[in-house]
Write a protein that binds this ligand. Structure first.
Ligand SMILES: NC(=O)c1ccc[n+]([C@@H]2O[C@H](COP(=O)([O-])OP(=O)(O)OC[C@H]3O[C@@H](n4cnc5c(N)ncnc54)[C@H](OP(=O)(O)O)[C@@H]3O)[C@@H](O)[C@H]2O)c1
Length: 245
């Protein structure tokens, strides 16, 4: 029986994605390090290799269907299967909420929402070949309608969240909808798909103002990426447990 497990992390040349690659590789998975820029991907893989961690760079821009297709073909040729997909690539653009235009939303939705659909659909034939497929969508606490309306503030700047938080809320609904759709299809019912919130993490995304390290932020990704067969699907988690939608 096949024991090796192959994982793809999108947007993994830095930040939380890079740490997720490291953690999954340290658990013994064969990890594909997705990067839209091949040089940045190769550099990140070389940095990991210098620390004794093996990862295979793959060029993948989630907003470019051709690039996503090519990455799926590459994974098919080299591995023939994908066990874990981490939809981590994401961007933050934060004009003041009251100044945010529909045009401001477009690039965020292209990456944070539409990109996830493009990548998930392209990887489904490979996930279908896995005995225990797992999909992790990297969302945000700011996606939670309930937490947004509580008096206690969500860390970060609440005045510039309209675009980002709404894109991650859409990602949460994609997660719930995929969970439903997978469960209805006997061939896909093995796939567990969950959304995770890494917490306010110091990365380029927020000018390194976050209070957690990228390794801490990646922990919840790694946990949901390696769920046992009796683990949850269609949920939203941080590293303390389930989060309200
Ligand atoms: N940092 C936080 O506090 C925080 C909190 C909650 C959720 N998150 C989420 O965590 C995920 C990782 O963010 P991060 O904080 O690690 O930020 P980051 O350091 O800026 O990393 C973002 C990664 O996404 C990549 N990316 C952007 N657009 C892409 C595209 N079109 N195709 C492929 N890759 C693309 C970036 O590549 P380039 O280097 O080429 O730009 C980079 O590798 C994101 O989904 C983010 O929304 C972060």
């Amino acid at each position: 029986m096949r024991t090796a497990t192959t994982a793809l992390v999108t947007g993994a040349n830095k930040g939380i994605g890079l740490q997720a690659v490291r953690q999954l590789a340290e658990l013994g998975l064969t990890v594909l390090l997705g990067s839209r820029d091949p040089d940045r991907g190769a550099r990140a893989a070389a940095e990991l290799a210098a620390r004794g961690v093996r990862a295979e760079p793959v060029t993948l821009d989630v907003t470019d269907a051709g690039s996503v297709r090519a990455a799926a073909e590459h994974i098919d040729d080299r591995h023939g299967v994908l066990d874990v997909l981490v939809n981590n690539a994401g961007i933050f653009l934060g004009p003041l909420s009251l100044d945010t235009t529909a045009e401001d939303l477009r690039p965020l939705y292209e990456t944070n929402v539409f990109g996830v659909v493009t990548v998930t659909r392209a990887m489904l034939p490979l996930l279908r070949r896995s005995r225990a497929p797992r999909v992790v969508n990297v969302s945000s606490t700011t996606a939670s309608v309930e937490l947004t309306r509580r008096p206690e503030p969500i860390p970060g700047d609440p005045t510039r969240r309209l675009a980002y938080a709404s894109s991650k809320a859409a990602l949460n609904m994609l997660t719930a909808q995929y969970a439903e759709a997978f469960e209805r299809d006997p061939e896909l019912a093995r796939i567990k798909v969950n959304a995770v919130a890494p917490g306010f993490t110091a990365t380029d995304l927020n000018g390194f103002t976050g209070t957690r390290t990228a390794a801490e932020g990646a922990r919840v990704i790694t946990r949901l990426a390696t769920l046992p067969d009796d683990g949850p699907s269609g949920g939203f988690f941080d590293d303390r447990g389930p989060l309200p939608w």
